[in-house]
Design a protein around this ligand. Structure first.
Ligand SMILES: NC(=O)c1ccc[n+]([C@@H]2O[C@H](COP(=O)([O-])OP(=O)(O)OC[C@H]3O[C@@H](n4cnc5c(N)ncnc54)[C@H](O)[C@@H]3O)[C@@H](O)[C@H]2O)c1
Length: 288
């Protein structure tokens, strides 16, 4: 597997057959699609699953089937996220794994077809939902001595996505959050990563699905995507964004190193090294 050179937080000896056995797990957007697939597989592997979703009827049904817990949650509301965390902690006796997965496409252009209300709504679900989820979960994860946060971003967070630039904007923001906060959260023993799937067979594709099939675009199966969250959990990685593409193994995407400063003689300054930058940022933060 490709390694990104980013730090890792090794698991304690408790990770044996499956990284979810006996763990308390919160999954936003768990009523359908990837979230439902994750809820089913994680519960089957001994996880104590709480589904947090706006679709109450379906979420209750899935929770009942898997012997899990459901909490009606609107991820666009911070209080609702905090309530979901409290419910998961109460169900699972604490909190170990948080999957921030609720999401929608925008269907918005940036011309006559732009609608500020819809824009705010989409950004609130796909971006605020992740930021609020992280902020709501951190104190409870920290109280446990650490854990895992995995956000569902998208290939649209890594590659240009002209058919939905607003979706690309919020997914790129999630990737940015994970790459930065995944380094910051090490201090609390929390690994923060993203899974970035290409097109997959869920209802989010809506009417776009037929066009994709007609154009010969291969679609991922939900199970293939679910596998990658398990790979991420087993990896001990943090601040990584794992792509998921049909027909090839998933890996953390190797972002190109950003240009760093040069010394006056043109030589590469020590501050160009990512580890040095990280240390510098930590000192700046500590001096505040
Ligand atoms: N399917 C794909 O092709 C694809 C590709 C890349 C990334 N993604 C991302 O995967 C994630 C899961 O989507 P999916 O493909 O499983 O679609 P899905 O529509 O099957 O599931 C999305 C879930 O989010 C929930 N949700 C929507 N708004 C919510 C809100 N305000 N509060 C709480 N829950 C809310 C829905 O009820 C649903 O259960 C999304 O973040 C999506 O952007 C999907």
């Amino acid at each position: 597997m490709l390694t990104t050179g980013l730090p890792r937080i090794p698991h304690d000896g408790s990770v044996t057959q499956t990284p979810v056995q006996g763990k308390s797990i919160l999954i936003t957007g768990g009523s359908h699609g990837f979230g439902e697939g994750l809820a089913r597989r994680m519960a089957a592997e001994g996880g104590l699953v709480t589904i947090a979703d706006i679709d109450e009827e379906r979420g209750q049904e899935v929770a009942r089937e898997i012997g899990g817990n459901f909490v009606r949650t609107d991820v666009t509301d911070f209080e609702s996220n905090k309530h979901a965390v409290a419910e998961a902690a109460s169900h699972g006796g604490g909190l170990d794994i948080v999957i921030l997965n609720a999401g929608v496409t925008s269907g918005l252009g940036l011309g006559d077809d732009f609608d500020p209300q819809r824009y705010r709504k989409v950004m609130a679900i796909n971006l605020d939902g992740v930021v609020y989820g992280v902020a709501a979960a951190m104190p409870t994860l920290q109280a446990r001595g650490g854990g895992d946060i995995i956000a569902t971003a998208s290939m649209a967070g890594i590659a240009p996505t002209p058919f939905d630039p607003i979706y690309a904007t919020n997914k790129t923001a999630v990737v940015g959050l994970v790459r930065s906060f995944g380094l910051a959260s090490i201090a609390q023993g929390v690994r923060t990563n993203a899974v970035c799937p290409a097109f997959a067979e869920t209802r989010i594709l809506g009417p776009m699905r037929q066009g994709l099939v007609d154009a010969g675009v291969p679609l991922l199966r939900v199970e293939e995507v679910v596998d990658v969250y398990f790979d991420v959990l087993a990896s001990g990685a943090t601040a990584e964004c794992w792509f998921v593409q049909p027909g090839r193994p998933s890996e953390p995407f190797a972002f190109r190193r950003a240009p760093g400063p040069r010394a006056s003689d043109g030589s590469i300054a020590a501050a160009a090294d990512p580890q040095t930058q990280f240390e510098m940022e930590r000192k700046i933060k500590d001096s505040r």
